[in-house]
Design a binder for this molecule. Structure first.
Ligand SMILES: Cc1cc2nc3c(=O)[nH]c(=O)nc-3n(C[C@H](O)[C@H](O)[C@H](O)COP(=O)(O)OP(=O)(O)OC[C@H]3O[C@@H](n4cnc5c(N)ncnc54)[C@H](O)[C@@H]3O)c2cc1C
Length: 447
């Protein structure tokens, strides 16, 4: 994190929790926790295996269990854990570690079989202690496969999330298997590490699911809902019992609307309001699926529970002289928050927005964009322009970027948010234009 020497704004609200130093400390802590059962076993337990394979199998199980226990923590949305990396990075890490943990735990019985010189463990004729481990592994395998492919099996996202919570059972089964199966947890030191890991995972799970919904969210009331563009609506919310902490421009929150006669669901939405705007929070939402298609039915007086702010897609982390913003459709929301922040803090740095839409009625915040201060220019790019249109047409191609931002490309930082195909194409164009990856920041609207 850098100090805000160019801007007249404020530092990121996540403050010290978003620093590089804190991020490195967390990575070291993660590695130490995964290694803890192994180290405890090395110190306290004499080898009981015939070969290297037995030792390896045991080591994989110990580290694999620690990885699984930490999955509950990675999933818990602790702000101090996500702030240095961003919520999307933590989510991706959570997914990758599920694969790593699964791989280790699948390798565990294979190594033990090599040590025993027998395939006994893979028969149905094993004791209940071994079967606990098998059940846990099977559940984990199914969960990982389901997580990877649930988009294709047409399961509702909310149903999938409830099922995913059941994964805490894998941690409990893994613990019971290790505890009772004998060979792994003999010494007090290793047992203590395992008990701490289990208690930590269960504690975080209970906090997240039973306590947090009551104490960790902020209750708001819908004050107003208005159409912001074609199929896009802006909700204005006012706090009921204390406002959510101030956000960095570009951050998002999880929003749960409570509407009579409708199931409440939690969805992530950017907070497009400026951090300088106190008292009210706005969300600008496009109709694009089961839940968002019903957004226009929201009424003043409906309740909303907010959790956040989260994420790291924000200009406040980059103390640079030029900003190139590229947005597509409703992907304008985090960028609008940053533009409002520059405007409201009278920041004099130069910004250019390339804003792509299919057609004119889809342009969100059109009047407000036209009224931004002179240091911020806006170029609209329309796929289906009207006959009288004199601006850019088609897509945000390499040529469009070069034509409009050519003089700032060697120094600017780019902030990109839009539909997935657009983002992929723009990222390729930016790479072709020689913009280094550390100057490109983007947010995908999927977790
Ligand atoms: C960080 C972030 C910020 C966002 N900001 C905005 C915004 O400002 N305005 C806006 O219109 N949209 C925003 N979105 C997208 C918005 O969250 C999805 O469009 C919405 O959740 C889709 O729900 P649905 O039921 O309408 O669509 P569906 O068709 O049911 O879901 C489409 C896909 O959206 C994802 N999704 C659905 N529900 C959730 C959920 N509860 N949590 C996470 N992902 C989910 C899944 O990948 C799902 O496959 C944002 C998304 C993210 C991740």
């Amino acid at each position: 994190m850098t100090s805000a020497t160019h801007s007249q704004g404020t530092l990121p609200v996540n403050g010290k929790w978003s620093s590089r130093c804190w991020g490195i400390s967390l990575v070291c802590l993660y590695i130490a926790i995964v290694a803890a059962p192994l180290i405890a076993a090395l110190i306290h337990e004499p080898s009981t295996f015939r070969s290297f394979w037995g030792e390896l199998g045991k080591g994989l199980a110990l580290a694999g269990f620690a990885i699984l226990a930490l999955q509950a923590v990675l999933n818990a949305r602790f702000r101090i854990l996500e702030a240095p990396f961003g919520y999307d990075v933590v989510t991706r890490f959570h997914r990758s570690m599920a694969l790593v943990g699964l791989g280790m735990l699948i390798a565990h019985p294979i190594c033990l079989a090599l040590d025993m010189g027998s395939l006994f463990l893979f028969t149905l004729d094993t004791s209940w202690r071994i079967n606990l481990g098998k059940a846990g592994l099977l559940l984990l395998l199914l969960a990982v496969l389901f997580a990877m492919f649930f988009h294709y099996v047409r399961v509702n996202y909310q149903t999938w999330r409830v099922m995913h919570k059941g994964m805490i059972a894998v941690v409990a089964l893994g613990f019971a298997h290790a505890w009772f199966a004998g060979a792994d947890l003999n010494a007090f030191g290793v047992q203590a590490v395992f008990v701490i890991l289990l208690a930590g995972a269960l504690g975080v799970f209970v906090y997240r699911n039973a306590v947090h919904p009551w104490v960790g969210r902020y209750r708001y009331t819908v004050e107003d809902i208005e159409e912001a563009a074609r199929d896009v609506y802006t909700l204005t919310l006012k706090p009921d019992n204390g406002a959510m902490p101030s956000h960095d421009a570009g951050q998002f929150a999880f929003v749960t609307l409570k509407r009579p006669g409708r199931r409440s669901e939690e969805h992530p939405f950017t907070i497009p309001s400026s951090p300088a705007e106190r008292g009210r929070v706005r969300f600008t939402i496009k109709r694009s699926g089961d839940f968002t298609n019903t957004i226009a039915d929201t009424k003043p007086g409906d309740l909303a529970y907010l959790e956040g702010p989260l994420g790291r897609f924000s200009l406040v982390h980059h103390d640079v002289p030029y900003f190139l913003f590229i947005a597509g459709g409703v992907g304008i929301t985090p960028i609008m928050s940053m533009l409002r922040y520059l405007r409201d803090t009278q920041d004099q740095r130069r910004g250019l927005l390339l804003y792509a839409n299919n057609a004119e009625p889809g342009i969100v915040f059109r009047e407000e964009l036209a009224a931004l201060p002179r240091n911020i220019s806006v170029v609209h790019v329309l796929k289906e322009p009207p006959e009288t249109w004199e601006g850019e047409t088609g897509f945000v191609t390499q040529e469009v970027i070069r034509r409009n931002a050519g003089d700032m490309l060697d120094r600017c930082h780019v902030f990109l948010c839009g539909p997935p195909p657009m983002m992929d194409a723009v990222l390729e164009s930016l790479a072709n234009l020689g913009i280094e990856p550390d100057r490109i920041h983007f947010e995908r609207f999927s977790l």
